[in-house]
Design a protein around this ligand. Sequence first.
Ligand code: ADP
Ligand code: FBP
Ligand code: MG
Length: 492
Amino acid sequence: MGSSAPDQVTTGDHPVRAPTNTFTPPPFTIRSIPHLSDYLTPTGNHTSGGDQTVVTLPSLRNPIDSNPFYRPSSTFYISPYEVILSSILFDTNNPNPSSNSDVTHDVRVASPIAYHRAGPRRIINFDPNKVRAAIVTCGGLCPGSNTVIRELVVGLNELYGVKEIYGIPMGYRGFYTADPIRLDPRTVHDWHKKGGTMLTTTRGGFDLQKIVDAIVKHGYNQLYVIGGDGTMRGALDIYKELKRRKLNICITGVPKTVDNDIGIIDRSFGFDTAVEVAQQAINAAHTEAESAVNGIGLVKLMGRSTGHIAHHATLSSRDVDCCLIPELTFYLYGKGGLFEFIDQRLKQKGHVVIVVAEGAGQDIIAHSGKQEKDPSGNPLFADIGTYLKKELKNWWDQTHPGDQFTVKYIDPTYMIRAVAANASDNLYCTLLAHSAIHGVMAGYTGFVSGPVNRNYGYIPLEDIAVTRNVVDTRNHTWAWVRSITTQPDFVK
Ligand SMILES: Nc1ncnc2c1ncn2[C@@H]1O[C@H](COP(=O)(O)OP(=O)(O)O)[C@@H](O)[C@H]1O
Ligand SMILES: O=P(O)(O)OC[C@H]1O[C@](O)(COP(=O)(O)O)[C@@H](O)[C@@H]1O
Ligand SMILES: [Mg+2]
């Protein structure tokens, strides 16, 4: 059988050798981080709500200067001029990629955003002896939350000498319903080895005025909020209210989401750990399917509106025949559908492993009534796993009556997030916590810390609250999934 020759390239568009030339990157826009001095005068008198109050923002040398463990070098402190680019890919042949409609989804952008670099500042705006820090965890569990809490407590104490640190139980509602827990390095010393959150967490209960009133009542002046997309939207509201009331209180977010659905940052902490634990479920499904006659191993993984865990678990495993995520529309019956693919795969190798994200395929499940929501307003989805299991059996009975067939459905749900962080997530949590502390001690507020192109930056809460990180099914990593699984693209 003769092989056909590849198409001849006749244009000069794709030179064989990489061209070298000079290239001027497009201009980038620097995102400023809110600072207390935006609405408080550093040294003077200040009017607040009709009352004459004196607000002083002290300018102090960073106490790390005199910390015997650090010996800061000339490059130790981060200057306000150091920034990180959000996009580090450029098409040197097309400086204005957004003008090309074929690449509108491309990460190469005409005008990248730049974020300020995270890290210690030479001058700080808090007297460590007057800091009362509060730490709260909100939303679902995520491996590493306890590490972030631990490192916030230890970092505040050991880097800056802060002594008054409190944990807020029960998430946002805990500000106005629960007694704070005093935290010190001894209390938290082994928390990085524990899953969950030692502070406890809840969904819902976000009452802005009650929360801010409680913050004022307790005299907190630094707020560290660990949570996901919902929590960050709440933190933005708190920041705006603190600013409206002209309060000398900083708030920062530490982005936590096992689903990895927060945008701008490279990935969220706990995600790596969750993908690692998901391998155990996929391995079990593979073993069960392989040992059966016409065996199907079906694994449902977390991922409410994004399929990152399923996507990465599939790429890591290599045993998966089909990966279904919320970003991918699919159908079961007919040509090019899931069941046709499964039929072919069973004939080829006798078993099939399917990984499905919990938010996938909601459109194919018949719904009755209105969408249920959790106390935070997140949609509560129908169980795609049990639905697929039932439909698979119906389909098989109709198309292969009497033939052996087994579906083993594994739903590890909370097992992938209710674990302690792995080594790389633990390290990541430490850097996040320290970045947050350095920013707040320098008077920055309304920001989150996170890795942007592998450098830690400060990103305004305003930006984080509106971005979402979804799986791009048009890019190379999804193409890689398809090449591993050879699953259909479900285009009718
Ligand atoms: N749009 C919003 N504005 C203010 N608070 C919110 C918003 N969305 C969620 N929250 C609050 O943030 C907290 C956590 O939200 P949730 O969506 O459950 O988890 P996560 O932050 O992990 O995504 C809850 O207390 C919820 O009430
Ligand atoms: O049953 P719970 O605790 O509400 O959590 C379930 C949800 O939590 C998640 O892990 C996401 O949680 P967050 O948005 O809080 O990070 C989803 O994948 C899942 O749907
Ligand atoms: Mg969320």
